[in-house]
Ligand binder design. Sequence first.
Ligand SMILES: NC(=O)c1ccc[n+]([C@@H]2O[C@H](COP(=O)([O-])OP(=O)(O)OC[C@H]3O[C@@H](n4cnc5c(N)ncnc54)[C@H](OP(=O)(O)O)[C@@H]3O)[C@@H](O)[C@H]2O)c1
Length: 273
Amino acid sequence: MSRTPSPAAGSVPEPASAPGPGAAPAPEAVAGTGAEALRGRTVVLIGGGSGIGLSVAHRAVAAGARVVLGGRTPERLAAAADRLGPAASWRSVDTTDTASLAAFFAPLERVDHLFTSAASYRVGPMLRLSDEDARSPFDSKFWGQYHAVRHAAPKLAADGSVVLMSGAAGARPPAPAPAYAACNAAIEGLGRGLAVELAPVRVNVVSPGTVDGNLWAGRPAADREAAFAQYRRDALLHRPGTEDEIAHAVVFLFTNGFTTGSTLYPDGGYTLR
Ligand SMILES: NC(=O)c1ccc[n+]([C@@H]2O[C@H](COP(=O)([O-])OP(=O)(O)OC[C@H]3O[C@@H](n4cnc5c(N)ncnc54)[C@H](OP(=O)(O)O)[C@@H]3O)[C@@H](O)[C@H]2O)c1
């Protein structure tokens, strides 16, 4: 899974102000809540070349932030940055490779907000998955995010935040996939643990339900239709979510200055039934 860190990068300059480790409020930052608090901020979105991460990028840029996109496929990142305009830059990174993460964060002087939707894994019943496949959600989604935060931590602004990506399947598994459910639950625990360690930097977790977006568009049509039909039956709002609805929740967690150690479930009420 590991790849050599790529020097490929977009051309937008990095922020000019130099931070101290974990202690540098952005000079131009507006304190307070609401998306306007992102104006002038640097928002790092690993996995931001598509799906939920790209939707967060659109919202952040609209709110006046500068976004740095990360992912493994330069063409995807370049196309996303083109669509976002001059406030977006990109750099290749593989979150399963710590050397790649070090190279990704090295040129960044300050990180105000970090969201890592990057993950590739296999799910299924314990009795059918190979051990390697069963470990894959932890290898990619859990440890990928852990290491991303670890590399960002010295550069995080004291009034900044981290949002971790979990998934409502951790609270209410829709089908047998115990290692994946455990991984999401572990990420929610990681969020609480990091909130304690990194304070005053805020750390929260978003745990979406099923989303009708890029991830499911890439799966077999029969699987997608079955999952969406089950979600329409099981969620209080009787539909899958949209990527923009999840992005809205992520921006809320970036910008609400009194929320830390929380898990937010934008899931249409799925986990309640
Ligand atoms: N969509 C849903 O229904 C849903 C629901 C609950 C939770 N989630 C969680 O959301 C995350 C996926 O986000 P998404 O739905 O927006 O899907 P997505 O569009 O597939 O986004 C994932 C992004 O991460 C990148 N990526 C994958 N593995 C990577 C790695 N090792 N290093 C760096 N980048 C990597 C991918 O690009 P490259 O392949 O080019 O690297 C892609 O741009 C997963 O953690 C998933 O469990 C999704």
